[in-house]
Design a binder for this molecule. Sequence first.
Ligand SMILES: [Zn+2]
Length: 78
Amino acid sequence: MKCPRYGRRIRKLVGAATKKKNAFYECPKCRKKSVKRISYALWKCNSCNAKIAGGAYSLSTPGGETARRMLAKEETGE
Ligand SMILES: [Zn+2]
């Protein structure tokens, strides 16, 4: 019974990814759930107006590391 369980889990993940497009995210700066996607891979916090470069469909990419790396790059002011 491993296969049906696995399939359900993947379907759940896909559904979550679709939902993420319009969801609010926690701001890494002010910790409020006010971050919204404003354009491709660009996110903005409605509370402190911070702009965050993240994943195209969610603030954190499945690995999480890509978004964090991009953030660090922005903060050092390249
Ligand atoms: Zn904020």
